[in-house]
Write a protein that binds this ligand. Sequence first.
Ligand code: PXP
Length: 247
Amino acid sequence: MAAETRLLINIDHVATLRNARHESFPDPVAAAIECELGGADGIVFHLREDRRHINDDDVRRLREAVRSRLDFELSVHRDIVEYCCRIRPEVATLVPERREEVTTEGGLDVPAGGERLRETIHTLLEAGIEEVALFVDPDPEQIHAAAEAGANAVELHTGDFALARGEAAVAAECLRLTAAGRAAREAGLRLHAGHGLDYANYPIFRSALPDVDEVSIGFAIVARALFSGMQQAVRDMAALVKGQHSR
Ligand code: PXP
């Protein structure tokens, strides 16, 4: 039987709220601890080149405080790659980054990433980071290119699935995810997924990709936490991820 899916929580939005008022709170590290107490299997953050939410000191403190898995999202920017190697998270996820975007808007174009991307993957693995994932659209061509470039995991971009409206569009996105999941397994890659997953769409996502190793969810959980508290918001999502299907 397949191992249970791990639930990793992205706490960037806690830092976004803090930075909106140039304050020292709410603290994303305190949020990460609450997530773990609520049953999270890990914590995700994106250290952006413009440091718009998480900053270098947050990363250092997260490494000290987090007892579960740490997933460091980053671009191929040299200084950030170097910092990631020093922090040695359990997972490094390479994502495309554009300054003007509100959030990560699409997957990497792996073939276009060329030698720079290949070298970055190699550097991260050489530093002892166990899993190096590429964030890609659910497209078999990108998945094969990720394996070819030396990554040992992919994170499937679920944004199109999350935005699909109407039965036919949702069914089409589910088929894309299922086919992409199969391609990742055939290429020998570990399988992660994320972006736009929430309490309503998770059961549908799960039926398309039941054997996903890891999901990365941020916005929906942080938003619910405002009303329920972080631990409860994580417990509610963990119940869906671990298959109890309660809402
Ligand atoms: N995975 C990646 C690569 C992301 O960039 C994000 C957004 O920060 C997520 C997952 C989580 O997406 P959301 O906040 O919509 O759950």
